[in-house]
Structures are given as C-alpha cells and as structure tokens.
Design a protein around this ligand. Structure first.
Ligand code: PCA
Length: 321
C-alpha cells in the first residue's frame, strides 16, 4: 500500500514538474478599485502571460490577507512571496523609508521621481539586506488637508482629531497641535463614521476610495508630498524562479512602474473632480496655511536629516543637485 502511494506520488510529481507552475500571494492594503491595486492586477496578468502561465500571482487587495503595517514582515518571513507596502509606513525602522513622506521636500510628480531616483540605491541595498527585492514603486497623488471646518491657518488645526497613516503624518499633527490617531486606509471610513477622526492629510484618491465627502467638507490642495507604494518580493522566492520567468517579472515590473506614475497623474485630476461633484469644497491653501505647513516641513526635514545621518543627507543633496 505504502509502495503504491509512493508510486502514485512519483507519477504525479512528474506530471507537475512538466508544468512547474509557481504560485505567489501578493497582499496589498488598498481597495481593489484603487489605481495601485488595478496596476498590481495588470502586473500579475502581464507576468502570467509573459511566463506562459508558469508564475501565477494572486493579488489580495484591501488588507484582506495582511494589514498594511504587517505586509513587509510577511514578505520578509515568506508568508507571502510578494507584497505592496507604503514605504513611509516603515520610517521608524529606517529613516530612509520615509524620504518621500516629508512635507514640501518633493511636492510635484517630477520632483518626486527625482527624489525616488536619489533614494533608490540606498533603498535597494537596505531591502536586499532584509532578504527583499524592490520590483517597482509608484507615487500616490499629492497630499492635501481634509477637514470638517474651514482651515485658514495651522491654528485652526489645534485640538482637531487627525487621522495619521504613518510616523510623519503623526508628527505633522503634533507640530500643529492636532491629536493624531493612526488609522490605515482600510479602516478609514469606519473611523470617520464613528467620529474617531475628523481630518487628515491624504490624496484625492484615498478621499474618493474612503468617500471622505460623506463626512468632510473641505479639501485644501497643499500638494505637500507624494508618498510611494513599493512592490517588494522575497528574494529567495525570486531567486527560485528560472531565468526567463525572472525576466518576465522584471519586465512586467518596469512596465507597471511607468504605467503607475502616469495613472497617478490622471487619478489626481479625476478624483479632485469627484470630490467636488460630491459637494466638497476643493480649495488652494491660504498664504498663511501654506506658510505654516512649509514651516512644519522645514522642522521635519531637519529632524529627519538628524536621524537619517550622512545617508539621508546624501539623498537630499543628490536630489537637490
Ligand atoms: N493614501 C494612503 C497613503 C497616501 C495616500 O494618498 C492613505 O491615506 O492611507
């Protein structure tokens, strides 16, 4: 009997070896309809096609497999072979992860791309040391201030319950005297509905994803920074692929990066229109609010460079060159 089973198993494994299909899970934290998630699905489809079905990647959107802050560790530990993370979420682990979360360091798509290029060598090295590999990264649309009441200067943010999504968005709240509460995107609508938070800084994209217009009235288009999502892979999982499949993944990743940055620009324009269409006032910040937020940015850049040390300093210098 034992022998028979072994024989069947051997026959089966010959069968599977001929197909040699690999399956990866790719947890992500944002809704399936978000442009990052749609891009991930297209990336997975491209890999499927280019590898002739040898590598199947399943995207698990909306934090359904792991919550946003858990995804990085899951990929490092091999519980998921790949994943999408918001780099700025991991600033406390290593300051350079938060490079793109600093207000007004890079505040447009072009400057954010430049900052990404300056950050990339250190980022790839660090991820490599952690058993990870960067596949691609895409910027969110620029970040603005959402609130229930009009905000004419930072003083109007005092005491307000402020939804943060990262260490730097908490720090902004502290500096303006607001009360930070960290809530990831997947729980944002509920936190708003239950009154846990009443303001935030994020993109038009997340404003639409979480239907912020149902509870909030004002959006100040400060265009303060463009944080990036990064798609990472467990290095051992990647190294286990055959050479053509590796190539297929890298090519699909490069395409996804180009496509994602272009999509982000379009999403920025469209989502601000959607906010307006749903009754929100989408406004430029007043000169006072702009100046106050700029000061917050200057303080945070100084704090960051102090903590990040020469490596951080070099990134800022390369970026500003
Ligand atoms: N949306 C994400 C991160 C940045 C953004 O625009 C969020 O609010 O959680």
């Amino acid at each position: 009997m034992k022998f028979k089973l072994a024989l069947i198993a051997a026959v089966l494994s010959v069968g599977t070896a001929a197909f040699a299909q690999t399956k990866w899970d790719l947890p992500a934290a944002y809704p399936a309809t978000n442009f990052h998630s749609e891009n991930l699905v297209q990336f997975a489809n491209d890999v499927d096609k280019a590898s002739a079905g040898k590598l199947k990647i399943t995207v698990h959107a909306n934090a359904s497999l792991f919550k946003a802050p858990e995804i990085k560790r899951a990929v490092q530990g091999g519980q998921a072979q790949a994943g999408e993370i918001l780099l700025a979420n991991f600033q406390n682990e290593w300051q350079i992860f938060g490079t793109d979360g600093l207000p007004f360091l890079a505040d447009s798509y072009d400057s954010s791309m430049k900052l990404y290029q300056a950050q990339k060598p250190a980022l790839e090295k660090k991820l490599g040391e952690q058993g990870l590999q960067l596949l691609y990264a895409v910027a969110w649309p620029p970040q603005g201030i959402y609130s229930k009441k009009p905000i004419n200067s930072a003083a109007d943010l005092k005491g307000i319950k402020w939804r943060a999504y990262s260490p730097s968005t908490s720090r902004i709240a502290e500096l303006v005297g607001a009360q930070p509460v960290t809530v990831q995107a997947a729980e944002f609508s509920q936190a708003l509905a239950t009154g846990v938070v009443e303001s935030t800084m994020t993109s038009g994209a997340t404003g639409v994803d979480s239907k912020l217009y149902e509870h909030l009235k004002y959006y100040y288009d400060t265009q303060a920074w463009l944080p990036k999502n990064a798609v990472i892979v467990n290095k051992a999982a990647f190294d286990a692929l055959d050479a053509p499949t590796k190539q297929a993944v890298l090519k699909a990743a490069a395409d996804a990066e180009t496509r994602g940055w272009a999509a982000s620009r379009g999403v920025n324009t469209r989502t601000l229109e959607t906010l307006k269409a749903n009754g929100m006032q989408v406004l430029p910040p007043s000169a006072a609010l702009k100046a106050d937020m700029k000061k917050v940015g200057d303080t945070m850049l100084k704090e960051w460079v102090d903590k990040a040390g020469p490596e951080g300093q070099a990134i800022v210098e390369n970026f500003r060159k």
